[in-house]
Design a protein around this ligand. Structure first.
Ligand code: UD1
Ligand code: CA
Length: 455
């Protein structure tokens, strides 16, 4: 039987007190809705439809993927009304799974279990037991099966003591669902069209409704405000770090690391405290990330050490490199093997070949550095003339003295030595010592200025 997924995301999210629509609030670096869509993706549905409303255009724009359907709920008249907006184009022969856009921690494993445990043409509700069920719809069971769902505001005192609640995830046969939705009324305490009322309709039609329990209330938590967002962030981080530790990654403190994207690690990787990983990051076998590093969309090679306090973005390193402390690798920084980049060095859109060292206080931009090069302290590649960027090439085995400016476009030959303090504006030949300095002079009889008397 085919599967259609409808994701409810028309809520206003007023309690976020934000200009950003609720489902676009970031969790582990991705919008809340992106997590739900990723989970939906793992279920390989025929069809996924997002019901949007408030701030809808921004939500749509954030997910330009073609294989999504969007249904506008212009007025927010309740969850039943929201699902109804998605029904006209939903293939009714399918099972329809309804998810909420603000429940990001739900796993595909739980949903697969729900799908597997519900025979075709029957119905299921994902439930959970809560210590404090206040505010949620309560699951009313009879002879084990779900009989109805009653909302907090409509529940009797006795029903309010029930601790099994509706997570909002409902599975129903499409054709039946369509019929029930059409019959929904809004005669309840909130004047809303409740999706949950279809449960009693199903039971009346002789359809069995399975109440399937989620393993933890954390997994099904809905995000309504910044406190819950932060809580979900910690829970998700713990989950991500847990998976990595299972794979053998070492952490100095599993609670002091943040993964906002995908972190792939080899064997024997060690990560110290306060490392933040964003986007797609790969850490090779035996690499070490010391404290306080931000690494975004980058690859760190096997055996490489990133010392404390580096900022690394869009960069790659080969094997056994040493980066930092306090280094900045910007997009297009490509280091080969055994490269050293030391403190207060910035490298942008440049390649550094095997065994080269750029150890102190240096800017390298739009540059090709050969093998075994030593770049002295305080070297600057002057790559920008105010209008255009130009390239610098430094040949294998060259030695650049301290405090050198290389004014691009310029090439330094293999094995060349550039004298400290030079401003190099023309190509320097292979093997030679090139320097550009005025002659040093000492002026005899020169007298130091003296301090003027105060008046
Ligand atoms: C709903 C359920 C309740 C359940 C709870 C779980 C109903 C009537 N009640 O309650 O049983 O315990 O979720 O969190 O279904 N939405 C729309 N359009 C609307 C209304 C809601 O798209 O007109 C979306 C929201 O954006 C949200 C989801 O539906 O993603 C749930 O809405 P919410 O208002 O949080 O539901 P509750 O009334 O709290
Ligand atoms: Ca509500």
């Amino acid at each position: 039987m085919g599967l259609s997924i409808i994701i409810l995301a028309a809520g206003q999210g007023t309690r976020m007190r934000s200009n950003l629509p609720k489902v676009l609030q970031p969790l582990a670096g991705k919008p809340l809705l992106a997590h739900v869509l990723a989970t939906a993706d793992e279920l390989a549905a025929d069809d996924v439809c997002v019901v949007y409303g408030h701030g809808g255009e921004a939500v749509k724009a954030a997910f330009p993927a073609a294989n999504l359907r969007w249904a506008l709920q212009a007025r927010r008249l309740g969850t039943g009304h929201a699902v109804q907006q998605a029904m006209p184009e939903t293939p009714v022969a399918n099972q329809v799974l309804i998810l909420a856009g603000d429940v990001p921690l739900l796993t595909s494993a739980t949903l697969k279990r729900l799908l597997a445990e519900t025979p075709p043409k029957q119905m299921a509700v994902l439930t959970v037991d809560m210590d404090d069920p206040t505010g949620y719809g309560r699951i009313v069971r009879e002879h084990g099966s779900v009989h109805s769902i009653v909302e907090q505001k409509d529940a009797s005192v006795e029903q309010q003591t029930l601790t099994e609640i509706n997570t909002g995830v409902i599975l129903a046969p499409g054709d039946k669902l369509k019929g029930w939705l059409a019959k929904l009324g809004n005669n309840n305490s909130q004047g809303e069209y409740y999706l949950t009322d279809v449960i009693a309709m199903a039971v009346a039609d002789g359809i069995e409704v399975h109440g399937i329990k989620a393993d933890s209330s954390e997994e099904v938590m809905g995000i309504n405000d910044k406190k819950q967002l932060a809580e979900a962030e910690r829970a998700l981080q713990a989950r991500l770090v847990d998976e990595l530790m299972t794979q053998g990654v070492g952490f100095a403190d599993p609670a002091r690391v943040d993964i906002r994207g995908t972190l792939k690690c080899g064997k024997d990787v060690f990560i110290d405290v306060n490392a933040v990983f964003e986007g797609d990051v790969e850490l090779g076998d035996g690499s070490r990330i010391e404290s306080n590093n931000l690494i975004r969309n980058s690859k760190v090679g096997a055996g490489t050490i990133v010392h404390s306090n580096c900022h690394i973005e869009g960069a790659t390193t080969g094997r056994a490199c040493e980066i930092g402390p306090f280094a900045r690798l910007r997009p297009g920084a490509e280091l080969a093997n055994n490269v050293k980049v030391g403190n207060f060095v910035e490298i942008k859109k440049s390649t550094v070949a095997d065994g080269s060292k750029v150890n102190h206080l240096t800017y390298i931009g739009d540059t090709e550095i050969g093998k075994g090069v030593n770049v002295g302290a305080g070297t600057i590649t002057c790559n920008y003339d105010g209008a255009n960027k130009h390239k610098t090439k430094i040949g294998d085995g060259a030695f650049i003295g301290s405090g050198v400016e290389l004014v691009a476009p310029v090439e330094i030959g293999a094995g060349a030595t550039i004298g400290a303090g030079s401003t190099i504006t023309r190509n320097a030949p292979d093997g030679a010592l090139t320097l550009e300095r005025s002659k040093q002079k000492s002026i005899e009889g020169w007298t130091k200025p003296t301090k003027k008397g105060s008046d």
